[in-house]
Design a protein around this ligand. Structure first.
Ligand SMILES: N[C@@H](CCC(=O)N[C@@H](CS)C(=O)NCC(=O)O)C(=O)O
Length: 214
């Protein structure tokens, strides 16, 4: 099995956390020919990372990849036991994907001070803060999404928090972007003490530094 991966992508990072935690037999590879190449588009017409290839079965979309990997490898589960806790973990993933990433994606494109549209940044920062408030409401005060242990919800949340804490200031989210969201701050602090979560956010940081020419 292989995962077409890019270390900076929060969506790919979500899958890598699961792969590392469960020690899954999934090889991490770059998209052949690169993103937007005809070769990669022929594999996955969506053209995005991550994408899983499993014995000829090709699956894009990070959430579906994680769910599929849980179905294929149920041991050491990252889906909580009860229906309610599962729904809660999925809710946090959904809030990240639909409510937070939408404005964050725009803000990511506005980092260059020379070309930045300040009005757009201000608008999207309001949307991102609203999404952070929602997430803070649903994440536990212990910093876990649900049930006091790692779940697929945390796999989604922590890479998003990487972007908020690393790029939140230039994105218009303030100098300490998690200050108003204690549960998210707890999640980020906890991630810093977790070997695998730190490994993945470290990979993201190295990829960001490379992108920024560092
Ligand atoms: N909904 C998708 C989003 C994936 C996504 O947007 N990936 C970005 C990298 S963070 C990408 O591959 N972008 C390339 C492009 O859109 O051309 C998922 O959850 O996997």
């Amino acid at each position: 099995m292989k995962l077409y991966n890019a270390n900076l992508s929060p969506f790919a990072a979500r899958c890598r956390i699961q792969i590392y935690v469960k020690n899954l037999p999934v090889e991490l590879v770059d998209p052949p020919g690169g993103l937007h190449s005809a070769t990669y588009d022929a594999i996955t017409p969506i053209g995005k990372v991550p994408c899983l290839e499993a014995d000829g079965f090709v699956l894009p979309e990070s959430e579906l990849i994680c769910e599929y990997l849980e179905d294929r490898f149920p041991e050491n589960p990252l889906r909580p036991a009860s229906a309610e806790d599962r729904a809660r973990a999925r809710l946090v993933s959904r809030l990240c994907d639909l409510y937070l990433m939408a404005p964050m994606g725009v803000l990511f494109g506005q980092l260059n001070p020379k070309t930045r549209d300040e009005k757009l940044v201000a608008e999207k920062a309001v949307e991102a803060k609203k999404a952070l408030g929602l997430l803070n409401h649903y994440v536990g005060s212990d910093g876990f999404v649900v049930g006091g242990k790692l779940s697929l919800g945390d796999c989604t949340l922590v890479p998003m928090l990487f972007f908020i804490t690393t790029l939140g200031a230039p994105m218009g989210l303030g100098a300490t972007p998690l200050a108003d969201y204690p549960n998210l701050a707890a999640a980020w602090a906890r991630a810093g003490k977790d070997a695998i979560l730190s490994k993945v956010t470290g990979e993201m940081g190295a990829a960001l530094a490379k992108m920024q020419g560092g």
